[in-house]
Design a protein around this ligand. Structure first.
Ligand SMILES: Cc1cc2nc3c(=O)[nH]c(=O)nc-3n(C[C@H](O)[C@H](O)[C@H](O)COP(=O)(O)OP(=O)(O)OC[C@H]3O[C@@H](n4cnc5c(N)ncnc54)[C@H](O)[C@@H]3O)c2cc1C
Length: 433
């Protein structure tokens, strides 16, 4: 018999202790943009605290089972890589162990990577630990002390008490511009729905015949028969992970409001939609999906919710034109992919080889000295943002944010030398091989 474990009586005291944390750079949001910013800032020798309200790192990349990393390559027969840094380590190391599959997309003519989200999550966790990044999870932003154009500190609430973080510079990698929201800054919200999706994984289908599945046939059947199962979206994708026995499904569309009760409803609405899609597949493609079931539902996937009013707003015309702005910090090629109707995604394709740029000014909240936004909450019009919110550009923005704040130190980001910043980011701006 093991030793008895005794108990003691405890009670909350009136004065709650607040844990104080200091770092050079504080990053709000441990999605793909925040993770990249954290690792790049740590590589530069900065002390970093990475904060997220979720109980695990990964944001949508892991929690919402996004499942494919896109936007790292140009499109066309001569596609080349346009994002390096942490992105390159991630792809090389996970490809080697079989957790990243290279896919040559016939639809978009580019190279994408299907990933095993559990392995990718662990990869990031281990890299963060090795780099000495302080990780604060289950910590929701409750207050931003904003004075003299600077964030002075932020307050967070966890299940186990309050935490205050003080840093010289902050990255808003929250996806919803939460840091800027709590700081009382102007933000943008779309005036019509931009739909989200609950991705999910399917298992138990017939892997011997899954190669017969033709996504165009699925789309055609969604139009003619989807309504019988209550499935309203007519496009999307299904991707079998060869050798792993599961398939990623991204078919469904729900609105993504930002009030608490409606946000909670999205979880159940997403799951209802996923169940209907499975019934559709079992009914219409029974030779493949007869014995299938859902292995995992992702968290609700949110595309474009609320984002900063930047020093500059990137526009559709700018990304179509592709001219390089003076303060370019990232290079992109992904097409416009706006989820603006329930049934279909609005695509705008660019010619093969087309690249365009993200300027630092669309990552800088207007009139603020020490915040850089990265990821899906930077400033673009709805069309431009729909192209640059995919994970390749999120990673280049994370890297740019880390370097910009490293250079700013305790000063203003707007004062940094852009040429020096661009030299640091030259692989992401110029390398072509
Ligand atoms: C369904 C779907 C499918 C997609 N498919 C692809 C694809 O195939 N390939 C691709 O490359 N991209 C895809 N994208 C786009 C891409 O996945 C996202 O745009 C990208 O992952 C966003 O990363 P992020 O770091 O900007 O934000 P997020 O991943 O949203 O991370 C933000 C983090 O901030 C935290 N946070 C927010 N507010 C607070 C707060 N107040 N306090 C504490 N923490 C907070 C959140 O918990 C979250 O972890 C898809 C998106 C969706 C929704």
């Amino acid at each position: 018999m093991s030793d008895v474990i005794h108990t003691k009586t405890v009670r909350r005291t009136d004065v709650q202790a607040i844990e104080d944390i200091e770092a050079d750079i504080c990053i709000l949001g441990a999605g793909i943009s925040g993770l990249t910013a954290a690792l790049e800032a740590a590589k530069l020798g900065r002390t970093v605290v990475l904060v997220d309200g979720a109980p695990a790192i990964g944001g949508q990349a892991i929690g919402s089972q996004v499942g494919t990393l896109i936007g790292l390559y140009t499109h066309g027969p001569d596609a080349y890589q346009i994002t390096y840094g942490i992105a390159e380590d991630l792809v090389n190391e996970l490809k080697e162990e079989g957790s990243f599959l290279t896919r040559n997309s016939a639809r978009t003519g580019t190279i994408t990577f299907q990933y095993d989200e559990i392995r990718m999550g662990r990869w990031f966790e281990q890299k963060l630990e090795d780099a000495g990044v302080k990780i604060l999870l289950g910590a929701t932003l409750s207050h931003v002390e904003f004075k003299d154009k600077r964030v002075q500190h932020i307050d967070l609430i966890t299940r186990y008490g309050a935490v205050k973080v003080k840093a010289n510079g902050y990255v808003d990698a929250s996806g919803d511009a939460s840091l800027c929201w709590e700081a009382g800054l102007d933000l943008r919200e779309p005036t019509a729905p931009i739909y989200g999706t609950m991705n999910f994984l399917i298992e138990g289908y017939d892997t011997d015949v899954v190669d017969q599945l033709d996504i165009n046939e699925v789309h055609a059947r969604l139009v003619t028969a989807g309504h019988k199962y209550g499935v309203r979206r007519h496009d999307g994708f299904l991707m079998h992970f060869s050798g792993k026995g599961f398939m990623l499904a991204n078919i469904g569309h729900f609105e993504t409001p930002m009030d608490p009760m409606a946000a909670a409803d999205m979880v159940l609405e997403g799951r209802r939609q996923a169940d209907k899609v499975l019934r559709f597949l079992q009914g219409e493609f029974s030779n493949i999906f007869k014995g299938s079931q859902i292995r995992a539902y992702g968290n609700p996937g949110l595309r474009q919710t609320r984002w900063i009013v930047g020093e500059h707003q990137l526009t559709l015309d700018e990304i179509k034109e592709g001219a390089r702005p003076e303060d370019a910090v990232a290079r992109c090629a992904w097409w416009v992919e706006l989820h603006d109707t329930e049934e279909l995604v609005h695509w705008e394709e660019f010619p093969y080889g087309h690249v365009y740029y993200i300027p630092l000014s669309c990552m800088l909240p207007k009139g603020v000295d020490n915040i850089v936004a990265a990821g899906r909450c930077v400033d673009g019009d709805s069309h431009a943002l729909s192209a640059i919110r995919v994970m390749g550009p999120c990673m280049s923005m994370g890297m740019a944010a880390a370097h910009a704040l490293d250079m700013a130190g305790s000063g203003k980001v707007s004062d940094i030398n852009i040429k020096e910043l661009q030299e640091r980011l030259c692989d992401n701006l110029d390398r072509k091989e």
